[in-house]
Design a protein around this ligand. Structure first.
Ligand code: FAD
Ligand code: SF4
Ligand code: SF4
Length: 1002
């Protein structure tokens, strides 16, 4: 159903809804894709605040004759979460746990609640909703019910269907109905129930088609295709009408309240990592292994093991649980009542592997055995690696990508080995390959052949593979739709799999529920061809515009020197939507708006640079709004499973906008800070007037967009200056030290403390001098990058590279304090200055604590650290987390005797450079800080040390709690000095007085 413009609909929705109503092209574009390869522009997007508002939106849609698409996190892989409809986003406001009955092990939720969030709230009661899908951090219960989602432990718990007790839903005619357990004669439904006539028809249909259902529905747990008519067949399980709605992909009704069955938390578990020298044998073994009663048997094949080894985050897990170079590993998990029984199961597993002829002492196909894993942390790491399987695969940078369409097939375990082998042959026949992973226990293995859907040839191969693969599945009496649903990908094939008669029955179900096609039309029944390129994300006219970019994107394909390919790395899997855990994406955690997600930004960029949002979309105000709340924390760089680096992309967007529209006063003040800093430091009282005079505060808010509520960092009369003595030669224990703009002018005591520690460690410290005679200190260029002044940033970077070159030639470590500066030397600067010495600079740039930790690890650290008998609360700067260097801070603090350090589980502090000062961003900034950091600081006792290495983080902590936070250098200096000094009065020794100190530079 192609719907374009419906005059008046937006206005009428806005008139009655408190939740958001957005019909602009940018918002619609952000809802045009899910995690499949399709793209369909919706008519508009509504985020209702209550069920009443849902009902109102549905009534209007009905009146206007437009269809509706209910949406959760939009992580569906089959195209069921995209349509040309009015999207109703349940994830923003409809996310409440309405009722919890601990004794009865049940709860009632709104559809938009996220699975992990629900389980976080259930855990204190010893309960969980056990359908543990890989996308649990963002998938909503409404979406899981829509798709009949299946978890890794479905062997024990079943799919979503088996765990749903009842559903309250709005029917297409606007009536509300309760779907739940019912007597076969429906005598327990109220006579006035709108469900009664419908239910009668449905039961009659199921009774009539009972034989066909018996013959054509695959007898497998992993069958989520079609409508669940089998749930209605007489003589089967107890009748529960809700089970028909489960898996119906929003095509029959709109769920508003869902009642769930809960289970007790799992106790101690044991995992056996079964190694196989042949993939075929691993697949063949699955049928025998399940007889031992595991709760999960998960596969990772050789290719995936190799890819995972390449990723820093997963390598330690693979190293810990994989011995040698197996073709496949089956992770077999047991969860008996106690560890004794788990052990017995593991022994049986070992015997079984022996019976199958496998042994560690054998070679080739027969080499294998079991590694036992009891450590719960390692078990969790295995689960994490396995569930990241798809994303590990998707980290490929080429234009060809693993495509999801046959990845869901499930076959009886007795045929699994033969099936995987034949499907591999089909791939090879069509010139491609696939990587296998996932649920061997239930015969549902994920595999995605690599194809480039921009090419007609590959689209043809996709059809041929699908036809042949589904034929194979049918021959094995398997299921073509075993986990991720039908959507557009699999609905076309229902006739082949279920037969014509049952497809007519499915159509009849849809007709009874939704005769006018209100709900998500074209899914499950009457679907378009799955290879219709007009609904592809990369359709026939898809082209990247040749935009001018400044950073190095050459690792990726496509326009803008590879910028297009980098943007397209987002596969919409939604990991950035997690409301908790990790860091990504802090702005979404506050606003819960799709626009403020890494995914929302990447999709907007993709549409903009391919001309789908009109002319000049990249430099438009809408794009600026899309990027506004990105705090450039770089968390996505590390945590996005496919490595979407939005902080870098934002630099390009800013640069394009500045080139087109010039620079605002706000951006000028931020960007040029390092240039005017020497002057401001000469007259600090004058420079600080803005903070001290309320009128100036208001002026700066009005004309420069700097919030009057924020004080700016105070200029200091005692700004740090290099001592005047001249260099010594490079000595064995030498470092070259970078005094960044922020610490130099605002917190010189940090530099003094760091130099004191280095001196105490016996290091010769060199201080690089600019070679251009400009008379101002070196600067990394960070502030220029932040406002899109790339040429200025490059100029600063060039100065640094030139000044440091003599030191780098001797491979002298280059050490500094401010994470965003030092890690910028590793990240953006080699991309700006494409020379060998810039690469060398990147390779040598270390944070102060990283350098010391490295020395400690090498046994070369010679610091006498006195006890600091205190507690300390540590907050990591986002860039420290993004570059995985928090371990170094923690490691160094551990070396301080008697210091008890706790790391706050925090995302971004919200200050993020200039972000927290912005009049239009200060509120979001404060909310980010209030998510976890500021409450943790407030809870800390008065004499607890608060440690934060980022200048902005310290400022946010001071503003939000009144507490002074310390750079780790000052804590180490305290320990070196052997004294605890009150935070506010601490001053390190002057470097000029220190005999170990030299200054350097040419
Ligand atoms: C990397 C990756 C891994 C995955 N792993 C798994 C896995 O392990 N197991 C698994 O089963 N799936 C998996 N999926 C698929 C997907 O994440 C799940 O199906 C998930 O449950 C979808 O939840 P969602 O909130 O994103 O739903 P959405 O995609 O937003 O919606 C799903 C369907 O539900 C419908 N819907 C949503 N809300 C309502 C409502 N209120 N009323 C009626 N219909 C509604 C929608 O219309 C749509 O048809 C994976 C996907 C990805 C990208
Ligand atoms: S940005 Fe990364 S984490 Fe977010 S949806 Fe895209 S690929 Fe997934
Ligand atoms: S840089 Fe940070 S704020 Fe920006 S998109 Fe990435 S995770 Fe979100």
């Amino acid at each position: 159903m192609a719907q374009t413009v419906v005059p008046g609909l937006e206005r009428r929705l806005k008139a009655h809804l408190l939740g958001e109503v957005q019909f602009d092209a940018f918002t619609r574009g952000r809802y045009a894709t899910d995690a499949s390869h399709y793209q369909i522009m919706p008519l508009g997007v509504v985020a209702p605040r209550s069920v009443k508002e849902v009902e109102y939106a549905l009534a209007l849609a009905r009146e206007e004759g437009v269809s509706v698409l209910a949406r959760g996190a939009g992580t569906s892989q089959a195209g069921q979460a995209v349509n040309s409809s009015l999207v109703i986003d349940c994830s923003k406001y409809l996310d409440h746990l309405i009722e919890l009955d601990v004794g009865g092990r049940r709860c009632v939720v709104e559809p938009g609640i996220v699975l992990d969030e629900l389980n976080r709230r259930l855990r204190p009661h010893g309960l969980w909703f056990p359908v543990d899908i890989s996308t649990s951090s963002r998938a909503t219960i409404g979406g899981m019910v829509g798709n009949n989602s299946c978890g890794a432990r479905s062997l024990r718990y079943g799919n979503t269907r088996e765990n749903v007790l009842s559903i309250d839903a709005v029917l297409a005619d606007g009536s509300a109905a309760h779907f739940g357990p019912a007597a076969r004669d429906l005598s327990d439904l109220p006579p006035a129930s709108p469900l009664l006539p419908l239910a009668r028809n449905l039961l009659a249909l199921a009774a009539r088609e009972a034989d066909e259902i018996e013959a054509r529905f695959p007898k497998l747990q992993r069958r989520v295709g079609g409508y669940n008519l089998d749930a209605l067949v007489p003589g089967r399980n107890d009748l529960n009408l809700a089970h028909l709605l489960v898996g119906s992909e929003g095509t029959l009704a709109f769920s508003t309240r869902i009642e769930l069955k809960l289970s007790p938390l799992l106790g101690a578990r044991a995992v056996g990592a079964c190694h196989f020298g042949s993939f075929f044998q691993a697949m063949d073994a699955a049928q025998h292994i399940v007889k031992l009663g595991p709760i999960a048997v998960e596969l990772i094949d050789r290719t995936m093991l190799g890819l995972a080894r390449e990723i820093a985050m997963f390598r330690p897990t693979i190293d810990a649980v994989v011995r040698g170079d197996p073709e496949a590993v089956l992770f077999v998990e047991f969860a008996e009542d106690d560890q004794y029984h788990n052990l017995r199961r593991l022994m049986q597993l070992r015997d079984l592997m022996g019976d199958l002829g496998l042994g560690w002492n054998k070679t080739g196909a027969k080499r294998g055995g079991v590694l036992e894993v009891f450590d719960p942390k390692l078990q969790a790491a295995i689960t994490e690696t396995r569930t990241a399987g798809l994303n590990i695969m998707m980290s490929m940078k080429e234009e060809g990508k693993p495509v999801s369409f046959v990845e869901d097939c499930a076959v009886p375990l007795s045929h699994l080995a033969e099936y995987t082998s034949k499907l591999t042959d089909i791939f090879a026949k069509h010139g491609t390959r696939g990587t296998w992973y996932a649920h061997a226990s239930v015969g549902c293995l994920h595999v995605r052949p690599v194809l480039n859907l921009r090419l007609e040839h590959d689209v043809e191969a996709m059809r041929a593979i699908a036809e042949e693969a589904f034929e194979l599945v049918r021959a094995y009496k398997g299921s073509h739709s075993g986990e991720h649903g039908d959507g557009i990908v699999r609905s076309e094939f229902h006739e082949k799999m279920f037969g014509e008669r049952l497809v007519r029955a499915f159509e009849q179900v849809k007709e009874w529920f939704d005769p006018k096609g209100l709900y998500n039309p074209g899914k499950i029944v009457r679907a378009p061809k799955f290879d219709d390129r007009r609904v592809f994300r990369y359709g026939p006219d898809y082209r990247g515009e040749n935009i001018r970019t400044h950073l190095d994107w050459s690792a990726y394909p496509g326009a803008g020197g590879g910028f297009q390919g980098a943007v397209e790395m987002c596969n919409n899997n939604g990991a950035c939507r997690a409301p908790a855990g990790g860091v990504m994406c802090p702005s979404y955690r506050v606003t819960r708006d799709e626009r403020d997600l890494t995914r929302g930004r990447a999709n907007t960029l993709r549409l903009a640079i391919t001309g789908q949002l009109g002319a000049d979309a990249l430099t438009s105000d809408e794009m600026a709004e899309t990027m506004k709340l990105c705090v450039s924390c770089k968390a996505c760089r590390r945590e996005c499973p496919t490595g979407v680096d939005m902080a870098r992309m934002k630099i390009e967007v800013q640069a394009a906008r500045v080139a087109k529209r010039g620079l605002s006063l706000h951006d000028r003040m931020i960007g040029y800070l390092p240039r005017y800093a020497p002057l401001a430091a000469k007259w600090p009282r004058l420079a600080n007037l803005r903070n001290d005079a309320p009128r100036l505060r208001q002026w700066s808010e009005r004309y420069a967009g700097l919030s009057a509520r924020r004080s700016l960092p105070r200029w200091r009369a005692d700004a740090w200056r290099e001592p005047s003595r001249f260099p010594g030669a490079a000595e064995p224990r030498s470092v070259v030290f970078f005094a960044d703009t922020f610490n130099r002018y605002f917190e010189p005591e940090n530099i003094e403390a760091a130099l004191a520690v280095l001196a105490a460690g016996g290091y010769t410290v060199h201080l690089p001098k600019p070679t251009d005679g400009a008379g101002r200190p070196l600067c990394c260029g960070r502030t220029f990058l932040a406002v899109g002044l790339i040429d200025e940033a490059r100029r600063e970077a060039e100065r640094c590279v030139a000044a440091l070159a003599p030191f780098l030639e001797h491979a002298i470590p280059f050490v500094g304090l401010e994470p965003s500066c030092m890690l910028g030397f590793r990240d953006e600067i080699p991309s700006l200055v494409k020379r060998e010495d810039a690469r060398r600079l990147a390779a040598n740039a270390l944070l102060f604590e990283e350098f010391l930790a490295r020395e400690a690890k090498a046994g070369a650290l010679n610091l006498a650290l006195a006890p600091v008998a205190k507690r300390a609360l540590l907050h990591g700067h986002c860039h420290q987390k993004s570059f995985a260097v928090m371990g170094a801070v923690e490691g160094m603090l551990k070396l301080v005797p008697d210091l008890a350090v706790e790391t706050v589980d925090s995302s971004c502090c919200g200050m993020a450079g200039a972000f927290g000062y912005g009049a239009d961003t200060i509120d979001v900034s404060l909310k980010m800080a209030e998510l976890s950091l500021l409450p943790a600081v407030r809870k800390a006792e008065a004499d607890t040390l608060i440690i934060a290495d980022g200048t902005s983080c310290r400022h946010q902590i001071k503003d939000g709690t009144g507490r002074d936070a310390l750079h780790v250098a000052r804590v180490l200096a305290m320990s070196v000095e052997g004294r605890s000094v009150p935070q506010s009065s601490f001053r390190g020794p002057s470097p000029a007085r220190d005999p170990g100190m030299t200054t350097g530079g040419s």
